[in-house]
Ligand binder design. Structure first.
Ligand SMILES: [Zn+2]
Length: 160
């Protein structure tokens, strides 16, 4: 590691500790030439992940963008920021676990919806209506009815 002060290229590590809740290692280094101390961080490298949009364009996967979509869908609903962050984490992990470096936006939407269906009905339907861009009302109603049927089945199960 090159010293930021004198540009000498050897330094020794004088301290090393976990940082960012274990997601990084913070190291204090000391230049062996001039004695300047500086800090470096070691993190797992995340390979870029591209999202293929419906029109075929690619853009880099953005946690922030996905989170914003969720926040919008969950407006005035009892879904916490922690839950939404957790959903984004889960979905990102599921996608990265496939080892692919490109993913269709629809696939991301399906992953989110699968989780949302168990979290909050209204948020699920709002998210689905944006993500699937329902062309006609019939498709949308069908989705809603399936959702309601599923919810009722679960309720029957709980009380039966
Ligand atoms: Zn130096």
């Amino acid at each position: 590691m090159i010293c930021p002060h004198c540009h000498h290229d050897s330094s020794k590590v004088v301290d090393s500790r976990p940082s960012d809740e274990g997601r990084a290692i913070r190291r204090r280094r000391e230049c062996e030439y001039c004695g300047t101390r500086f800090t470096t961080f070691e993190r797992i490298e995340k390979a870029p992940l591209l999202v293929i949009k419906k029109n075929g364009n690619r853009e880099e996967f953005s946690r922030e963008k996905l989170l914003r979509g969720l926040v919008r869908a969950a407006e005035k609903r009892p879904v916490t920021m922690d839950q939404m962050n957790e959903i984004v984490d889960k979905v990102e992990n599921q996608i990265r676990a496939t080892g692919e470096n490109e993913v269709r936006s629809q696939v991301i939407g399906e992953h989110v919806m699968k989780i949302l269906a168990d979290v909050d009905d209204v948020t699920y339907i709002r998210f689905a209506s944006v993500y699937r861009e329902f062309k006609d009302m019939n498709n949308f109603m069908k989705e809603v009815q399936e959702m309601i049927a599923k919810t009722n089945t679960i309720k029957d199960g709980e009380f039966g």
